[in-house]
Write a new protein. Sequence first.
Lengths: 112, 113
Amino acid sequence: GNSVTQMEGPVTLSEEAFLTINCTYTATGYPSLFWYVQYPGEGLQLLLKATKADDKGSNKGFEATYRKETTSFHLEKGSVQVSDSAVYFCAHDGASYDKVIFGPGTSLSVIP
Amino acid sequence: SQTIHQWPATLVQPVGSPLSLECTVEGTSNPNLYWYRQAAGRGLQLLFYSVGIGQISSEVPQNLSASRPQDRQFILSSKKLLLSDSGFYLCAWSGGQGSDEQYFGPGTRLTVT
């Protein structure tokens, strides 16, 4: 079937620490992969995406590489800030026409 | 540029009362539209999606319904709310035509008492 698995957390890091949030997926075909971010009390925002194998998406210091061989799209940031505290969702669009499959979300809390 | 609006932002309703949440999109035509629910501390649950006026697909059987009376308007309704309907309701749109990212509204926080 089509699904997205990611560590649910919560993840707590100190400011300037290195962040990795793991994401793996199952999908039919060759999906596009996404990371969305949700700040407290708000809707989701697209953080980055990759549309084909070995593509690297990047934005605001975050990066993720589309790994077809391991069906993974892990999110990384070299030095997190307090303002990065949010819930991060991994997703893909390979399920069917016009639908996106979201992971359960990973809550990140960055402390000063 | 495209924008998506949802209202109200917050709502407190008693059990058994009706519900109507509205979502409108500006700056695009013939979007795909989606309703999601996010329970406290949980992920996203797709409730309904629509690829055109009057075309609604339901993902989860429940006491909610959706309608799309106009191209850029999507309404979520209920005749009688349950306590379990409490949550954060998110509307989203995408450009359709296959693979594409979704753009989310600010959400409506619904508390059923």
